[in-house]
Write a protein that binds this ligand. Structure first.
Ligand SMILES: *[C@@H]1O[C@H](CO)[C@@H](O)[C@H](O)[C@H]1NC(C)=O
Ligand SMILES: *[C@@H]1O[C@H](CO)[C@@H](O)[C@H](O)[C@H]1NC(C)=O
Ligand SMILES: *[C@@H]1O[C@H](CO)[C@@H](O)[C@H](O)[C@H]1NC(C)=O
Ligand SMILES: *[C@@H]1O[C@H](CO)[C@@H](O)[C@H](O)[C@H]1NC(C)=O
Length: 452
């Protein structure tokens, strides 16, 4: 069949093998531990899918990131606005046209785009989605710490060949929501001091890093910081206020979050979400803090993708973001990894500092057909983020030297080459430094069994 036939196939939604391709043949599709299948989804049920549209000028974007991040460059610190980034990477008119036409023909409704126009999320019925993405077969699953329900396809999907130059991948089919790293923490193999310090309160951390009561944000500049929480993990304002009453007595601080982006559920507060907010706001004290919250049940198709889209849909954002989320690098399709890496590059161009937990499995040794390999965590392995590992106090009863926490990952990658130090990430000049020191310390050693 010639190209003409393939184009007809695109709009008629009829596909022969020759006219289709698999965007993510290497995506792991096995059910993660703790999830069970509840069977085929009803064809009339609705789901939302995310379409990652092909961007333009990525070479140029990469050069600009290098220039604004390199102290020796005349462009150092001259970060791009989101609108500048949009002007560069926005998909071509042909891409926008082709994808919209394809989605409309399939009956997709309520499509939402972002300022950079490189993502679309649309609602479709299961029937429409299975026609649109041949091969996909949607099932219900339940799992995770809060018994979340999601719809996913255990089978790979295909796209019309004519879309190969226009679509990177479709999100919401295969990847499951991340499970809290708190629950994955392995038991120490050596009993002893590691990971045990009784009561690592904010004042212990501030003392370890020599922060005085003057080392807080002034409230007069645009200092700002944010953390992201996924999978129905909430913090409660009243817990935060109580925490500050108990532990924030000797430094100026803010007792409430400036803005919650997304929906805060009404469920019980999550340990990890509470910990993230409370410690962020007591190390980066008196700094305006936002929390990105993944929307509630049934909506969060891929919470991490949703967070990335929020970044591309808002011009004025906090300068520093901390995220304790990661997947095994080898479980992700290369289309997805490359595209997420581009999203992180977009953020770096804007001068945003993204801090990611390095992972909880050390070098992550595993065996593939009898050969031992390292298993990096992504996005910690991206060259455009700052990866933060954890430490413990050597002597658990004193504020002394730290040692590397035994579970801490290294931020290395089997996909991306090591960046030159100048291009790694750009620290925003406004950043109050207590936060970087705090995050380099990380919160792995707060108490037994908690980490960031
Ligand atoms: C991006 O923001 C606009 C304006 O607030 C909104 O209408 C749109 O739904 C957002 N896009 C997504 C994908 O949420
Ligand atoms: C804190 O101050 C002590 C004593 O001056 C010094 O030895 C230590 O290196 C400082 N620690 C940090 C993290 O700056
Ligand atoms: C803390 O921030 C507020 C504004 O939010 C400011 O008025 C105050 O001076 C700051 N405190 C210190 C000790 O800098
Ligand atoms: C804070 O940010 C706003 C908007 O981004 C800007 O107009 C203002 O000049 C900034 N203020 C400071 C003190 O940097």
């Amino acid at each position: 069949m010639g190209l003409q036939g393939c184009l007809l196939g695109l709009f008629a939604l009829i596909l022969s093998g020759k006219c289709s391709y698999s965007p993510e043949p290497d995506q792991r599709r096995t059910l993660p531990p703790g999830w069970v299948s509840l069977g085929r989804a009803d064809p009339e049920e609705e789901l939302s899918l995310t379409f990652a549209l092909r961007q333009q000028n990525l070479e140029r974007l990469s050069e600009l990131v290098q220039a604004v991040s390199d102290p020796n460059s005349p462009q150092y610190g001259k970060y791009l606005t989101l609108e500048n980034v949009a002007d560069l990477v926005r998909p071509s008119p042909l891409t926008l046209h082709m994808v919209q036409k394809w989605l409309l023909a399939a009956g997709a409704q309520k499509c939402h785009s972002v300022i950079t126009q490189d993502f679309l999320t649309c609602w479709l019925s299961i029937r429409q989605a299975e026609l649109l993405l041949p091969g996909a077969e949607f099932h219900h699953y339940v799992g995770g710490p809060t018994e979340t329900h999601v719809v996913r396809s255990p089978r790979p999907y295909q796209l019309p060949q004519a879309l190969a130059p226009h679509v990177d991948f479709v999100g919401g089919l295969h990847r499951f929501p991340p499970t809290s790293s708190l629950r994955q923490r392995p038991e120490p193999q050596v009993t002893g001091t590691v990971g045990l310090h009784l009561g690592v309160t904010p004042s212990v951390i501030r003392k370890r890093y020599n922060l005085t009561s003057q080392d807080v944000g002034s409230g007069t500049s645009n200092n700002s910081q944010a953390c992201a929480q996924f999978l129905e993990q909430y913090f409660h304002d009243s817990d935060l206020a109580q925490f500050m009453r108990l532990f924030g007595g000797n430094f100026a601080h803010q007792a409430s979050v400036t803005r919650v982006v997304g929906q805060q559920g009404r469920g019980r507060a999550g340990i990890e979400a509470s910990l993230d907010v409370q410690y962020l706001m007591s190390a980066g004290a008196n700094i305006s803090t936002w929390v990105y919250s993944s929307p509630g049940r049934h909506e969060g198709q891929e919470p991490f993708l949703q967070w990335l889209m929020l970044l591309s849909n808002e011009s004025a954002l906090p300068h520093v973001h901390t995220v304790s989320y990661g997947d095994e690098e080898d479980s992700l399709s290369s289309a997805y990894i490359q595209r997420v890496n581009t999203e992180l590059m977009k953020a770096a161009a804007r001068g945003l500092t993204l801090l990611f937990a390095s992972g909880d499995s050390g070098a992550g040794c595993w065996s593939v057909s009898g050969r031992h390999q390292f298993r990096p965590t992504f996005p910690a392995s991206s060259p455009y983020v700052t990866t933060v590992g954890g430490t413990s106090f050597q002597e658990p009863f004193l504020i002394t030297n730290e040692i590397v926490d035994y579970i801490s990952g290294g931020g290395f990658s089997n996909v991306f080459p090591r960046p030159s130090s100048a291009s790694a990430t750009s620290w925003n000049a406004d950043l109050h430094c207590s936060i970087c020191r705090f995050l380099l310390f990380s919160v792995y050693s707060l108490s037994p069994g908690t980490n960031h």
